[in-house]
Design a protein around this ligand. Structure first.
Ligand SMILES: [Zn+2]
Length: 136
């Protein structure tokens, strides 16, 4: 292996490290947001449950409150779904070594700056199974 090849390998390695770190940061931001939403969902379910209980206990009805909570739950579930899609999407994307834009895995050239993309190095990471049933 010549000196130039060694340099290339070293540069390649550095590029990969940068790309990987960027993706990890992005994914962990999304994961943080996802876990916030999951916490909020638990609070909503709890509020819904206690509202139903106190209505039963005090023999009154407030369908608007129930509706409102159900809508919030629905919206929350949608946000969570979108976040999961984003996280999955991120993992199937590669980042341009030159400009940092995300490109589909199969791209050969960056769709932003036209630079040649590096071969994909990222190992497909298994998503831990989300336990949604516990919250429902
Ligand atoms: Zn680019």
């Amino acid at each position: 292996m010549g000196l130039d090849e060694i340099k290339d390998v070293a540069k390649d390695f550095a590029d990969k490290a940068v790309t990987k770190t960027g993706e990890v940061v992005e994914v962990s931001k999304l994961r943080l947001e996802l876990s916030k939403q999951q916490g909020r969902l638990r609070a909503l379910y709890q509020k819904l449950g206690s509202s139903v209980y106190s209505m039963k206990e005090k023999e009154y009805e407030d369908p608007d409150l129930i509706d409102h909570l159900c809508q919030e739950i629905k919206a929350n579930l949608k946000i969570q779904r979108d976040l999961k899609v984003k996280i999955a999407g991120l993992k199937k994307m590669k980042v341009c070594p030159v400009c940092g834009s995300r490109n589909p895995m199969e791209s050969v050239y960056c769709n932003q700056c036209g630079s040649r993309m590096k071969e994909d190095f990222a190992q497909p990471e298994e998503e831990p199974a989300q336990d949604e049933s516990a919250a429902e």
